[in-house]
Design a protein around this ligand. Structure first.
Ligand code: DON
Length: 567
């Protein structure tokens, strides 16, 4: 049945020219695949596969390389989530989300007038959570890697020290960041500014000497970051600049291995990230609703399909605001939210003809779409069929803008992902519900959704994306493309995306989601829809287990992305 939809799909799946760049083809290989937003980083990961490393080794090497080549989001000063599925079927996750410093307080981002002071979470020394990336990658490697730690960290250390040529996109990104958040901090200008001043150009060599030294120290001993000279340096600079992360915070940080959240969708199994990310729960809860609403038999360009996408998203995001937070601090009803029975109750209440009111559904709770646009996802499969979906972030592009002098890395501004004003959920986009309030040592709620899909116990899809609260909707789009509409990797990644997050009660559509007449139909049902922009950056791998072939599709929405095959 779903095959009948393909002609309709091909007609509407035309990405506007502005969205097209980078590698347009699907790359196939039976020797594994790495797909990331940076060609240099994908190549480093693929070289680890060719050297005999497994998917986890390649993911760790790619993660460290992105900290060099994609400084707006690739990081060692931030945090993230890794979903691992081994070829024998075992699945697990690594939670390396940042934590609130021990000296943090519930109201630390409120000004004297009692209102949220956004400048405090946007950038600077009070914005970072305690970084988790290095302990996270080290934990993944220690439990599941094959090559030596040095083998997987060294390529990034060498890249930072020797330098690499800037692409046009990275030169422009750095110039912009130096004019804005990096420019406010002398240590950041010293690390990322052009020697002698002036603008970066494509082809210039970017050398990150201090970062190279820090990475080399970590290649010898990952604890250098948490208990060694890097920790000393970070803590001293925090103290001198009014920040609150201490040596004690760093020494106490631990990444955690957690059981994944699991669901089913049209005969596929969905494996994704549990809290403290909201991503996996949103993904499964929404797919459960869509399954019951007969979505695979609806054309993705039709008004009925799009209406159901918006109505299911509205409901899942309301539950996110109500219930989700760090499971080490609050009780999150994961089993109920991801159950088929709960989805049936929600799906039954959807009016097929009319948009529902988010305010009425949420009984007075309100939020907004304003998420900064940086995070990065990469997907890895090795020749044996082990798979890694990894999404990590500094939160905003270039995080807090603060580089730790001498160690050359950027600190995140992840504290802004907490609910900052207890009790107040308002139309300006602030959520004040209890589950995600700040507490010392607590992890802030995320939307990152690294996901692995299997069918009949065999690997089928590895995906994920940046995009703040749009992330679960982007991942849902890719999963629907593959699991409901039978698209190949390229078409599933290209499939135009949409977003609704309950409140504000407005959807955003990429160009190409709907025709003018379908837009008019949706508006007549009561939907507010804005069209434009691009959503996410979902570097994905579709896997054919019958031949052991990985099909890597870099997301053409970003210019430097690449699928690199193992050899
Ligand atoms: O954890 C989260 O959900 C956010 N800090 C992610 C930020 C993000 O994706 C921005 N990027 N495009």
């Amino acid at each position: 049945m779903t095959r009948l939809l393909l002609p309709i799909l091909t007609a509407i799946l035309v990405l506007p020219p502005a969205l097209l760049s980078a590698q347009a083809e699907v790359v196939s290989s039976t020797s594994g695949m790495v797909v990331s937003t940076s060609g240099i980083a994908s190549d480093i990961g693929a070289a680890i596969l060719s050297k005999g490393g497994n998917a986890i080794d390649a993911a760790v090497a790619t993660g460290f390389a992105l900290a060099v080549t994609h400084p707006s989001a690739g990081n060692i000063g931030g945090g993230g989530f890794m979903v691992i599925r081994l070829a024998d079927g075992k699945a697990t996750t690594i939670d390396y989300r940042e934590k609130a410093p021990l000296r943090s307080t519930r109201t630390m981002y409120l000004g004297e007038d009692g209102e949220i002071d956004r400048s405090l979470t946007a950038s600077g020394w009070l914005a970072p959570g305690v970084p988790g990336t290095v302990r996270g990658l080290a934990l993944a490697h220690r439990r599941y890697g094959k090559l030596s730690w040095k083998d997987v960290v060294d390529p990034a250390a060498q890249l930072a020290t020797n330098g690499f040529p800037l692409s046009e996109a990275l030169a422009a990104s750095l110039n912009g960041a130096l004019r804005r958040q990096l420019g406010r901090f002398p240590s950041s200008v010293a690390a990322y500014g052009k020697a002698g001043g002036g603008e970066w150009n494509a082809g210039d060599t970017l050398r990150l000497t201090d970062l190279g030294r820090a990475l080399s120290a970590m290649a010898a001993d990952p604890n250098a970051f948490y208990t060694g000279w890097i920790a000393d340096s970070l803590a001293a600079q925090m103290k001198a600049n009014g920040g609150i992360i201490t040596r004690k915070d760093l020494a106490a940080y631990r990444a955690v291995e957690r059981a994944p959240v699991r669901g089913t969708f049209l005969g596929h199994e969905i494996i994704s990230m549990p809290p403290p990310s909201s991503g996996g729960v949103l993904l499964i809860q929404t797919l459960n609703m869509l399954e019951q609403l007969d979505v695979p038999n609806r054309s993705p360009g039709s008004a009925d399909y799009l209406h159901l996408r918006l109505e299911t998203a509205r409901r899942a995001y309301l539950d996110r605001a109500k219930h989700l937070g760090d499971p080490d601090f609050v009780k999150v009803p994961v089993a109920r939210l991801t159950s088929k029975a709960y989805a049936a109750t929600l799906a039954r209440a959807i009016d097929l003809a009319r948009a529902s009111s988010s305010v009425a559904l949420g009984k007075g709770i309100v939020t907004d779409t304003g998420e900064p646009k940086e995070t990065t996802h990469f997907s890895v499969v090795d020749a044996a069929g082990n798979a890694v979906a990894n999404t990590y972030t500094l939160e905003g592009g270039y995080g807090s803008g603060v580089v730790v002098r001498g160690a050359g890395f950027l600190l995140n501004n992840e504290m802004g992902d907490f609910n900052k004003k207890p009790g107040e959920t308002n139309t300006r986009g602030d959520i004040g519900t209890a589950a995600n309030l700040i507490a010392p040592g607590k992890r802030m709620l995320s939307s990152m959704t690294p996901a692995i899909v299997t069918r009949g116990g065999k690997l089928r899809l590895v995906t994920g994306s940046p995009g703040g609260r749009t992330i679960p909707n982007t991942v849902i789009n890719v999963v629907l493309g593959v699991a409901a509409f039978g698209l190949d990797a390229r078409a599933a990644v290209d499939l135009p995306r949409l977003h609704h997050q309950w409140l504000p009660d407005a959807a955003t559509f990429e160009p190409g989601v709907a025709t003018d007449s379908v837009m008019a139909n949706l508006r007549s049902r009561g939907h507010t829809i804005l069209v434009g922009g691009r959503q996410g950056d979902a570097h994905s791998i579709v896997y054919d287990a019958s031949t052991g072939t990985a099909y890597g599709a870099a997301d053409r929405r970003t210019p430097d992305s690449k699928a690199s095959p193992g050899r």
